[in-house]
Structures are given as structure tokens and as C-alpha cells.
Design a protein around this ligand. Structure first.
Ligand code: A2P
Length: 306
């Protein structure tokens, strides 16, 4: 798996076509997608146009997508994946992830009221995983994994699985280093992908807290960047690569897309890595509080296993 990929969360459909074309032309071979991003049709057009133009082959590319919360029943996984494949105009994915350990009724996308949710006690994550295993066995995806899973959710799957998850995609950056979960996964050959590696400053207002600390403005990150003639974003991306964690910075700006890709060449010294290790605030930007609703079955504490 190419360790550095292009993130597409929050990329508008009208921008993401050019972003994916620019990314492939800049050397990216890994694109991270999801049904809920609402832009897979445009990503698919870009990928297929790049292939038709002879810039890459399908086999050169690594395409990840994710199962949404409203298709967690065992027999809903393969149809959901086939819809994503249709939108992306692909025969197979490289990796398909359960997006969240959260289930909602099939008719809803985002829960509006508590009764829109289905508790994990009623639709266990192991049931969803069986659907994921069928998707892989049918050749619709080469690998399967999860996203936003805490250790307790991984343990539940690992107890029951015939195919263990190949990936856990979680929020990771210097303010949220999650060392214990990273070690747990890496010891079990569950690879990690870091989302929101730059702090996702373009999140919609309802997903933002007050007075959020800015990663890109952090003085240590800026100082390391200045000393290396690099940008703060490049330092953040390189930090993830140095942890052997895949990283998917989102950009729709061609200059920043290129800049982010060049971060793979940036070497950080042991001393610089130690300074970054000191920055941990255990601070989530995507805190999952949007799943918490009065009378509903999900709480932030249970979600992250606190
Ligand atoms: P843009 O898409 O205009 O480049 P994350 O990957 O953590 O979700 O962060 C995405 C945010 O970071 C977007 O607002 C994106 O803006 C911005 N961004 C992406 N690359 C860079 C960069 N190299 N320098 C500064 N901001 C960046």
C-alpha cells in the first residue's frame, strides 16, 4: 500500500475531479474515498480518465472506500460495496473499511433522532464483519478493515473473524498520538492510516470545537519546518510516515497536493521526532460527539473505549 494517499473527505464534487487528476499526475497512487463523502462519482471519473489517458493502470492504484453506518446488516454490505464500485467505475477496491462502529437504520444517512440508531447490542459489529468477509471472498475488494475502531471493537472482531482486519483508519496527528492503540494494532499486523493529519481545518462549523489548537500553527512544528526549508504540513505528513503509519492529507489545491506528496522525501531526525512526541494533547478534532443523542445508544465514552 502506498503510504501516502490523497484524502477526499470535504472535497466538493466539483473540485475533487481536478484534485484527483492533479494528484495522480503528481505521483499519488493511493486515493482514500467513502460513500458518505458524496463525491465518489467525481473521483471515479477522474480515476478512469487518468487510466484512459495512459497516466496509470488500475493495478498501479490503491483505492480505499468505506461502508456507511446504514448498511451494517450482514446482507447489506455487498450491495453497498457494489454501489460504491458502480460510482467509482471500478471492478474491485483495494481496501474496504467499516466507517464507524455505529449503526443506523437503512433508510437514514445521518441520524436525526435517537430511534434512527441501532445499538451494537442489536446489530453486533461481528455481524457486519461477516458481510465484509463475504465482500472480500467475492473478489469485490482485495482487503477489508475498519475505521474509528477502539481496542474493544477490534478485540470483538478478532475473537470471531475468519479474516482479521488489515487496517484501522483513525485520527492521528501530534495532538492525538494514540500510542497505545497504534502499538496494539502494529503488534497484530493491523496497519494504520492517519486521518485528519493536518487538523482538518476545513471541517464544517458543527464539527468544530471552540478555540481549537491549530496543528499547522504549532510553534514546534513551524520551527522544525523552517529549519528544514519545508512547510508545517510536510512535517506533519513526514511524522506519520516515520511512525510507519499511512497518511491521507486532503487538498483540492494543486500546489498543496504536490507539496504534500513531496513530504515523503522529508527526513526527520530522532531529536525532531522526540520534540514532536512531546506535543501530544490527547485531543480529537473529530470527537464522535455527533453520535451522541439523548436516549440514543451511543456515547463518546463508549465509542473510544474510555
Ligand atoms: P485545501 O484543500 O484548500 O488545500 P486534513 O487532511 O487534516 O483533513 O486537512 C485538510 C485541510 O488542510 C484543508 O483545509 C486543506 O485545504 C488544508 N491543507 C491541505 N494541504 C495543506 C498544506 N500543504 N498547507 C496548508 N494547508 C493544507
Amino acid at each position: 500500500m502506498p503510504i501516502l494517499g490523497l484524502g477526499t473527505w470535504k472535497s466538493a464534487s466539483e473540485d475533487v475531479y481536478d484534485a484527483v487528476r492533479a494528484a495522480i499526475q503528481s505521483g499519488y497512487r493511493h486515493i482514500d474515498c467513502a460513500m458518505i463523502y458524496g463525491n465518489e462519482l467525481a473521483v471515479g471519473r477522474a480515476v478512469n480518465d487518468a487510466i484512459a489517458a495512459g497516466e496509470v493502470t488500475r493495478e498501479d492504484l490503491w483505492i480505499t472506500s468505506k461502508l456507511w453506518n446504514n448498511s451494517h446488516a450482514e446482507d447489506q454490505v455487498v450491495p453497498a460495496l457494489k454501489k460504491t464500485l458502480g460510482d467509482l467505475q471500478l471492478d474491485y477496491l483495494d481496501l474496504y473499511l467499516i466507517h464507524w462502529p455505529v449503526a443506523v437504520r437503512h433508510e437514514v444517512l445521518g441520524a436525526q433522532e435517537a430511534t434512527d440508531y441501532i445499538a451494537l447490542a442489536d446489530l453486533p459489529i461481528t455481524t457486519t464483519w461477516r458481510g465484509m468477509e463475504q465482500a472480500q471472498q467475492q473478489g469485490l475488494t482485495r482487503l477489508i478493515g475498519v475505521s474509528n475502531f477502539a481496542k474493544l471493537h477490534l478485540e470483538e472482531i478478532l475473537r470471531d473473524a475468519s479474516i482479521p482486519p488489515a487496517m484501522n483508519q483513525i485520527e492521528l496527528h501530534p495532538y492525538l498520538q494514540q500510542k497505545e492503540l497504534v502499538d496494539y494494532c502494529q503488534e497484530r499486523q493491523i496497519h494504520l492510516t492517519a486521518y485528519s493529519p493536518l487538523g482538518s481545518g476545513d471541517r464544517p462549523a458543527n464539527l468544530k470545537g471552540e478555540n481549537e489548537p491549530s496543528l499547522l500553527e504549532n510553534e514546534t512544528i513551524k520551527a522544525i519546518a523552517a529549519a528544514k526549508n519545508a512547510s508545517p504540513a510536510q512535517v506533519l505528513i513526514a511524522w506519520s510516515i516515520h511512525r510507519n503509519v499511512s497518511v491521507i492529507p486532503k487538498s483540492t489545491n494543486p500546489g498543496r497536493i504536490r507539496e504534500n506528496f513531496a513530504a515523503a522525501e522529508l527526513e526527520l531526525s530522532t531529536e525532531e521526532l522526540e520534540r514532536i512526541a512531546q506535543l501530544d494533547l490527547h485531543r480529537r478534532y473529530v470527537d464522535g460527539s455527533f453520535w451522541e443523542m439523548d436516549g440514543g445508544p451511543y456515547t463518546v465514552a463508549a465509542l473510544w473505549g474510555a
